[in-house]
Design a protein around this ligand. Structure first.
Ligand code: PFF
Length: 457
């Protein structure tokens, strides 16, 4: 007998779930990370592989993750234990939950630091620091922030406090309303930026870079990064979406919700790319400039457009909100687990999790200055030591492996009747397509990308 509600609360409607899951998916990954990794990996071919991965791997796995979550109705660790038991499988499957919780801690630790950059930039925008910025002065402005660990620590602390407060009140209160306003506003501002990029004189160069595939520019490591990003941007492979699925009412359509979430997420990323690359080329910046790309380009746009003070401030405030609604989902599985298994009150559990994440974040802060070191990944020189290592470990390895394990569980170890009942799309071609994708295509694709990267095929 599966539970019909979660002890942690429920979304009020299917639409509320879509809002929350979109809030989780749309974040720094779309606006900060996607453009810079696309830039580092040569553009078009990378973008194509990323879109393919979202469609053939991400969408079916998101459906699997939601259905598992809704069937288990608990934190990912306990959900996996319950479902493994129900399907008469080994308890080892709960490792998916454990791995996911660790990945969540590692990701939030650097995610919060980058969100701190966005807070800093919102204040700079408001203070008029972007006025008449050019490629060089934008670099100075950004360099000054990275080289100041105390300042980074202050913003990181503020962001972690914000996240802990919301999560301690339960994911429902506030989140639904915030996302309802935030998403459309972010969309409008991105459109405005694309409009500005249109006038920059290099719009076509930007589009060509993003959409004209040059497979010579894409390494095997770049393919791993594109696949990893499909997981990261959709919040897959670590239990965040599983957790949100556990609050989903029983009669809501999983397939339709998934398609909407994936579509919105991809559109935001592509719009961000279309806004950023024309500015990159018009100002003599490098597409491969690395994690600072957004912070080097968009301030130039705001500094040179009418109303830039207002729009610039608004944009970075919205970016902080987008990061906030993603950060919440990164630690919700850990908080829910502490409540379920350690009998902690939600507030106390949230504070503990927040403190651990805050402490871990200090390593990332230092990796931009005192503790910086370089190494090579995918033919790219990575200059920011532990930050880059954490990012590669989580996005490129932990999330795809977690997602692959979920696909295998849903495809091979859950009874056909279980997944069919939960998805409730009948036995027709839609269900059969999903089953082929989840049993064969998604796991094999992840495996092939890895084997290719280590040179075995
Ligand atoms: N999807 C978020 C983004 O693109 O910014 C990041 C993220 C959130 C990744 C939650 C993983 C996750 F579980």
């Amino acid at each position: 007998m599966t539970a019909t509600t979660s002890i942690h609360g429920m979304w009020s409607t299917r639409f509320a779930f879509i809002l929350a899951a979109t809030g989780s998916a749309v974040g720094l990954g779309n606006i900060w990370k996607f453009p810079y990794i696309a830039g580092e990996n040569g553009g078009g071919a990378f973008v194509l592989v990323y879109i393919l991965c979202v469609s053939a791997i991400g969408i079916p796995i998101m459906m699997a993750e939601i259905l598992i979550g809704r069937r288990g109705r608990q934190s990912p660790i306990n959900t996996m234990r319950t479902l493994a038991h129900e399907e008469s499988r080994h308890g080892f499957w709960q490792m998916i939950g454990w791995g996911g919780m660790i990945a969540g801690f590692l990701i939030i630790s650097y995610y919060s630091v980058i969100a701190g950059w966005a807070i800093a930039y919102a204040f700079r925008a408001l203070g008029g620091a972007f006025t008449s910025l050019n490629g060089e002065t934008a670099g100075d402005l950004f360099g000054a922030l990275l080289g100041d660990p105390e300042r980074l620590l202050a913003w990181h602390t503020i962001f972690m406090v914000m996240t802990t407060i919301v999560i301690s009140r339960g994911v429902r209160s506030g989140l639904e309303q915030a996302v309802r306003v935030l998403m459309p506003a972010l969309f409008v501002l991105l459109l405005l930026l694309v409009g500005y990029a249109l006038t920059s004189g290099k719009f076509m160069a930007g589009l060509e870079f993003l959409f004209l595939p040059d497979f010579g520019a894409l390494s095997a490591g770049g393919v791993v990064t594109a696949m990893g990003h499909a997981f990261f941007t959709l919040s897959l492979g670590m239990g965040a979406i599983m957790m949100y699925g556990s609050y989903l009412p029983a009669d809501a359509s999983i397939a339709r919700s998934t398609l909407i979430i994936a579509l919105m997420d991809t559109m935001v990323a592509l719009l961000a790319g279309m806004a950023i690359f024309p500015i990159v080329f018009a100002n003599g910046l490098e597409p491969g400039a690395g994690p600072g790309l957004v912070f080097l380009t968009l301030p130039i746009a705001f500094g040179n457009m009418p109303g830039g003070l207002l729009f610039g401030t608004l944009f970075f405030v919205l970016l902080v909100f987008a990061a906030w609604t993603s950060a919440i989902s990164l630690i919700e599985p850990a908080v829910a687990w502490l409540v379920e298994n350690q009998g902690l009150q939600r507030v106390r559990a949230s504070v503990y999790v927040g403190i651990v994440a805050w402490l871990l974040g200090i390593v990332t802060i230092m990796s931009f200055s005192h503790w910086a070191f370089s190494f090579d990944f995918a033919g790219e020189e990575k200059k920011n030591g532990v930050f880059d290592l954490l990012d590669i470990l989580t996005a490129n390895f932990m999330l795809p492996l977690g997602g692959m394990a979920m696909a295998l569980f849903a495809g091979w170890f859950m009874a056909r009747a279980s997944t069919r009942d939960e998805l409730a799309i009948g036995e027709g071609s839609a269900y059969r397509l999903w089953r082929v994708l989840i049993r064969y295509v998604a796991p094999l694709a992840v495996a092939l990308v890895f084997l290719n990267a280590i040179g075995l095929i």
